[in-house]
Design a protein around this ligand. Structure first.
Ligand code: ADP
Length: 448
């Protein structure tokens, strides 16, 4: 096992990793920007190093500063959390070149999965079903049009280097395709410095279903079931549940096994998530995330597995502490991402939390790094915590979630708690009858 892990992140995920390290008997090093000097992850870590000014590019994305912090403190591993440098293959290579273990997969896997075209090829080659689409990137509008006619409109133009929903445009007609291709290319060039785009069939009302996997270096690969992350706004997940209310047990078993055997074929190490769109009983691969996900706790609750602990163990060369046949799903879990934002306009609401009281009781978990008197800095993501609730079944879970949302006291800033209280009364949500556009359609109708 490692002696000391440097956590190259902030907020709730830095704390989550710190907690797993302490329970493994491992010392922790926090790194932080000047804006985060009073943050909880800094206060709780065994050691801390300031790595730069507030702007992420100068601190949490500052590779030389992070490597120096690891060297000065003698950390033997780096955990990247999610976001920031977690899917940066170059960072991973630099960490390794300094004889420090990167807690994550091999850089070649990060690189392949970070390029959407290469990822689709790798996934398709490993037996994962794909969304029908163009083969590789498009050299011209004419080529795009030929593919679109073969696949059938509507189509989605996507950036090969895409992420965060940027560089994506829907086209319903050949004329619209020309326009969509040039806007997507310009957006992709500006956001990623790479204007390669490709085409996919546009699915009208799919669900977003993702499979959690974990692999050790002894050839054990285990799939931990799915999460339904269909409730999204601007391609950002808002509420997630495990397991999905939409899957039949045989569908769950089938897609889980497809994901598991693909990962075994790829020779992957650590945690990963294979994301699918699901429509009319069929699954279509969209991407693979080669890191821990924000929504990992709901999988932990229905499987009773500590994913971060296992992730650190396998990175240290230890075997998984369970086998596929040990995995039994139990109960239901839902996560709400509580953001410091206006619940109607979604405008960020940074500032000081004057008072905070977390909900408690059976089946309740609040992953957060806030406290009364904490000042939310304006430089980072507006998520202030994840309320994760577990119960024997979905109905009970929703009741418990309502109770917790009412119990939580968070004053001084605006939060999205009222949005969740409203969402939890919607018949479609209660019936589990929603798709990836449902939330935005509901918000738009509500605004009228
Ligand atoms: P990014 O990496 O930019 O987040 P993804 O490929 O993961 O891009 O897609 C993000 C979201 O865009 C998905 O969760 C889904 O809501 C939507 N999406 C992606 N591909 C399709 C498709 N072929 N048809 C319909 N919606 C799609």
């Amino acid at each position: 096992m490692f002696k000391k892990v440097l956590i190259a992140n902030r907020g709730e995920i830095a704390l989550r990793v710190h907690r797993a390290c302490k329970e493994l008997g491992v010392a922790t090093v926090a790194v932080h920007s000047t804006a985060d000097a009073n943050a909880l992850h800094v206060r709780l870590a065994d050691e801390s190093v300031c790595i730069g000014p507030p702007a992420p590019k100068d601190s949490y994305l500052n590779i030389p500063a992070i490597i120096s912090a690891a060297e000065i403190t003698g950390a033997d591993a780096i955990h990247p959390g999610y976001g920031f440098l977690s899917e940066n293959a170059r960072f991973c290579e630099i960490v390794k070149a300094h004889n420090i273990t990167f807690i994550g997969p091999d850089p070649t896997h990060i690189r392949t999965m970070g390029d959407k075209i290469a990822a689709k090829e790798a996934a398709g080659g490993a037996g994962i079903p794909l969304v029908p689409g163009s083969k590789g990137s498009l050299a011209s509008y004419e080529e795009g049009r030929r593919w679109a006619e073969e696949i059938g409109f509507p189509v989605l133009v996507k950036a090969a280097a895409g992420g965060g929903g940027r560089g994506m445009k829907v086209a319903k007609t050949p004329d619209a395709l020309q326009e969509a291709m040039s806007t997507a290319k310009a957006e992709a060039k500006a956001a990623f410095g790479d204007d390669a785009v490709y085409l996919e069939k546009y699915l009208e009302r799919p669900r977003h279903i993702e499979i959690q996997i974990i692999a050790d270096s002894f050839g054990n690969v285990v799939q931990l079931g799915e999460r339904d992350c269909s409730l999204q706004r601007r391609h950002q997940k808002v509420l997630e549940e495990a397991l999905s209310p939409a899957l039949m047990p045989h569908e769950r078993a089938e897609i889980g096994e497809i994901a598991r055997s693909a990962i075994a074929r790829l020779g992957y190490l650590g945690v990963g998530t294979i994301e699918f769109l699901y429509e009319n009983g069929r699954f279509y691969f969209i991407e693979m995330n080669t890191r821990l996900q924000v929504e990992h706790p709901i999988t932990e609750q229905v499987t009773r597995i500590d994913l971060v602990r296992e992730q650190i163990r396998v990175a240290a060369g230890m075997p998984l502490s369970f086998k596929q046949e040990d995995i039994v799903f139990r109960g239901h879990s839902i996560e709400c991402r509580i953001n410091a934002e206006n619940p109607k306009t979604f405008r960020p609401s940074p500032g000081e939390i004057s008072y905070f009281h977390a909900p408690g009781g059976p089946g309740v978990r609040f992953d957060s790094a806030i406290y009364s008197g904490y000042r939310i800095p304006p430089y980072y993501d507006s998520m202030v915590g994840k309320l994760i609730v577990f119960a024997d079944d979905r109905e009970f879970c929703i009741r418990r979630l309502r109770r917790c949302l009412k119990e939580m006291q968070l004053t001084g800033v605006e939060t999205t708690i009222p949005l969740f209280l409203d969402l939890l009364e919607q018949p479609d949500f209660l019936n589990g009858d929603y798709h990836i556009h449902w939330l935005e359609e509901w918000l738009a109708a509500d605004a009228l």
